[in-house]
Write a protein that binds this ligand. Sequence first.
Ligand code: FAD
Ligand code: NAI
Length: 475
Amino acid sequence: MADTFDVAVIGGGPGGYTAAIRAAQLGFKTACIDDWTREGGKPAPGGTCTNVGCIPSKALLQSSENFEQARHAFASHGIEINDLAINVSTMLARKNKVVNQNNDGILYLFKKNKITFLHGRGSFAGKDGTGWKIDVDGSAATQITARHAIIATGSKPRALPSVAVDNDRILDNEGALEIPDVPKRLGVVGAGVIGLEMGSVWRRLGADVTILEALPAFLGIADEAIAKEALKAFKKQGLDIRTGVNITRVTVNNDSVDVEYNDGANAAAKVTFDRLIVSIGRVPYTAGLNAQSIGLALDSRGFIVVDEQCKTNLPNVWAIGDVVRGPMLAHKAEDEGVAVAERIAGQHGHVDFNTTPWVIYTWPEIAWVGRNEQQLKAAGIDYRSGTFPFSANGRARAMGDTTGFVKMLADAKTDRILGMHVIGPFASELIAEGVVAMEFGASSEDIARICHAHPSLSEATREAALGVDRRTLNF
Ligand code: FAD
Ligand code: NAI
């Protein structure tokens, strides 16, 4: 007889495994099904994020940043290194070790929370009196039944039309994390989050990196002033960023790739690269779920249709993370997972995209929460803005990292914080203060009056808050 569960989660990425943990904490008999497999056929839960996304990219960003520091920054501290070299295979092996530690950590969490982990592909096989029937293939093929099903099957890279990814010359995110040696000429299609992060990794290690972006504006999702500062910093580092590019042909040769395009002025151009990363966004992934057979509604772009509570059109079938609308971010997926488990328990799970932070892990890092100046202007909201540069922050000077600034945006009448935008060292950590402030409905005055440790980068946040009221102290 099929094993019966209260909750079955299909997909063990950050959305799925977090949903499973929370469901188990709430007392539900829970299963999590995930098909990701590592060397030796072993399970590798954690999804895109753990295996070929957040974690490995941050491991390589750290290694390459260490190399960059040793190459360019250490000398000013009096640290002299002769014969500096990068051993790419050691760097990749370290990255893989970090990934495997995370896979094993998730397997441990499944055990700790008494979650039944099923390694294989889950597909819907219909409904009976007890709930949804789900087939699991793989080495331990089985069928289970679940009262509630949570779909967390994630996303896959979007392909450039008629350009096949072989992960040798033409790379998606998986290939970009596995380049065996530093390419002399690396091309990147798409100046989005992956393009900037992976372009930075290989540029720091010595590649000539050219990024080809279709849109005329650089980093249109960020606050305009942040995007401008970022472009300046990346160009100074040597990233060749070309915007307004319309790619007309990609030709793969034996040991190179030719990319032909029309540039922003509609003039034809051609560049040759050793390898080409394609990072032009991601698409929801539902293949193999057997979604049609149960009548699960997808939208025209392939996302599973959900309401604001992550309910699909089918009773007791929920969907979370990259496979549904909203930002494709690991922490968004996690929060939706927690919220859905709590809703199944009759609680009031809550996710607010307006307070979901965004981080781009380049150096300087870029992070924001809430709305930017363009969005506030478009919405006709009267706001005040305060900015503080890291060049005037003692800790940043001591670190030798003075690029960038913090910008605080607050409602002109109520002073409630509407957005915080950071470009600079550890923006990824600094942004948490803005998230907390916005979740608590804080005003810029609140941040301005809170004691911040000296010397710390967070003082720049306080100074930006003071700047909203034109009373910055150190600038
Ligand atoms: P996924 O992580 O994609 O997990 C889905 C899982 O379900 C996978 O294991 C998949 O194999 C499995 N699956 C699919 N179908 C089935 C099935 N039928 N049966 C069983 N299993 C199935 N986000 C951040 O917030 N911060 C970052 O720094 C960051 N960096 C990134 C870097 C890169 C290079 C990439 C590509 C992405 C990055 N992201 C980052 C985005 C982040 O990885 C995703 O938003 C996140 O992984 C989405 O989580 P998810 O649980 O919805 O899906
Ligand atoms: P993206 O949406 O961030 O960027 C894609 C870029 O490619 C855009 O600037 C777009 O205009 C451009 N583009 C689209 N078609 C093009 C074409 N034909 N030619 C040239 N340019 C083209 O997508 P990306 O970088 O692939 O990342 C996917 C998602 O993964 C991100 O949106 C993000 O949600 C997530 N991610 C998050 C990270 C983080 O939080 N630090 C890191 C990496 C990825």
